[in-house]
Ligand binder design. Structure first.
Ligand code: G3P
Length: 217
């Protein structure tokens, strides 16, 4: 499973990148707003830092304008994935921009039929939003499973990018189902390493090491 970081915070990306676990980055207008940075400037910095795809989202709603914005975002760096919303116009823009050879991340996906359309329109990534479905008492993880089955039935190569991940369980469940990629905020990725039994066990080992006078270097 590829790990993307869902943030526009350079320091957080750099810290995780040092571990070699960052396969890409996803941003959206809300994350750009939170960073307080200019979209073109911060996206360029992120794309310099990370080798994998960096998703940058258009803000136009009409296909021609989305295409123009997408082409501009793609000039930032070779690893830009143009992020388009799953609307009819977004699908039109997806078809045009993917035919030009750009990576496309179709976002705000909340149904299997939407994911099917995005794959047919040439999306590189489809981003089903798990947490936002859970928020309204629907089953976000079931959507990941449905899309996995549909894409496998027909051999679609569009990668399933599990998004709107809020918990560590979302990560392991999406991995179990076979999502190709997950994108999560840095704090969720850091929590993946945590387990209370690890802390408890280490505490005991350190006490015993001290009592035994173990020194290694
Ligand atoms: O990047 C899109 C997505 O991951 C948003 O997550 O938590 O705002 O629903 P959230």
């Amino acid at each position: 499973m590829k790990f993307f970081v869902d943030t526009a915070e350079i320091d957080a990306i750099a810290e995780l990148n040092e571990l070699g676990i960052v396969d890409g980055v996803t941003t959206n207008p809300s994350l750009i707003k939170k960073s307080g940075r200019d979209i073109l400037e911060v996206t360029r910095e992120i794309a310099d830092l990370v080798d994998g795809p960096v998703s940058a989202e258009v803000v136009a709603t009409e296909a021609d304008a989305m295409i123009a914005e997408g082409r501009k975002l793609a000039t930032i760096a070779e690893n830009i994935a143009i992020k388009l919303p799953l609307t009819w116009d977004g699908l039109k823009a997806c078809k045009t921009l993917s035919s030009e050879g750009h990576m496309i991340n179709v976002t705000l996906c909340f149904s299997a039929n939407q994911a099917l359309l995005a794959a047919k329109a040439g999306a590189t990534f489809i981003s089903p939003f798990i947490g936002r479905l859970d928020d309204i008492n629907l089953d976000g993880m079931q959507l990941i499973a449905d899309i996995r089955q549909i894409y496998d039935n027909y051999g679609f190569e569009t990668e399933i990018l599990a998004a709107s991940i809020r918990t560590v369980n979302h990560v392991s469940e999406a991995a179990r189902i076979g999502a190709d990629v997950m994108t999560a905020p840095p704090e969720v990725i850091r929590k993946l390493a945590q387990h209370p039994l690890t802390d408890k066990g280490l505490d005991q080992f350190l006490k015993d090491a001290e009592a035994a006078g173990i020194r290694i270097v």
